[in-house]
Design a protein around this ligand. Structure first.
Ligand SMILES: [Zn+2]
Ligand SMILES: [Zn+2]
Length: 97
């Protein structure tokens, strides 16, 4: 079970949280850019078979800071500030646990 950093393409390293209310939870971090990639228990392949779901953090006023995942075939369109509907349409917030 491993995840890859989207920007570096390297295999992520597993770390465990050591503070806060989510103590002891495992997550993946990129060894190169040190970016949080995802929780280990969120490691997921998109049901449509396109591969690993992508994870982003929302920057809109209402959902600022919330993380979500979506189908790797999705493509964000900066001009329309929306998503071109490619792939299977999977879109999920990750803070519902
Ligand atoms: Zn990286
Ligand atoms: Zn998909």
């Amino acid at each position: 079970m491993d995840a890859k950093c989207e920007s570096c393409g390297v295999t992520c390293v597993t770390h465990t949280t050591s503070n806060g209310k989510i103590f002891g939870r495992k997550y993946f971090r990129c060894p190169r850019c040190q970016r949080f990639v995802m929780w280990v228990d969120q490691l997921n392949q998109c049901p449509c078979g396109a591969g690993q779901c992508k994870v982003r953090t929302a920057k809109t006023t209402i959902n600022n800071g919330r993380q979500f995942r979506f189908c790797p075939r999705f493509r964000f369109c900066p001009r329309s500030a929306g998503v071109d509907n490619l792939g299977c349409g999977l879109f999920e917030w990750l803070d519902t646990f």
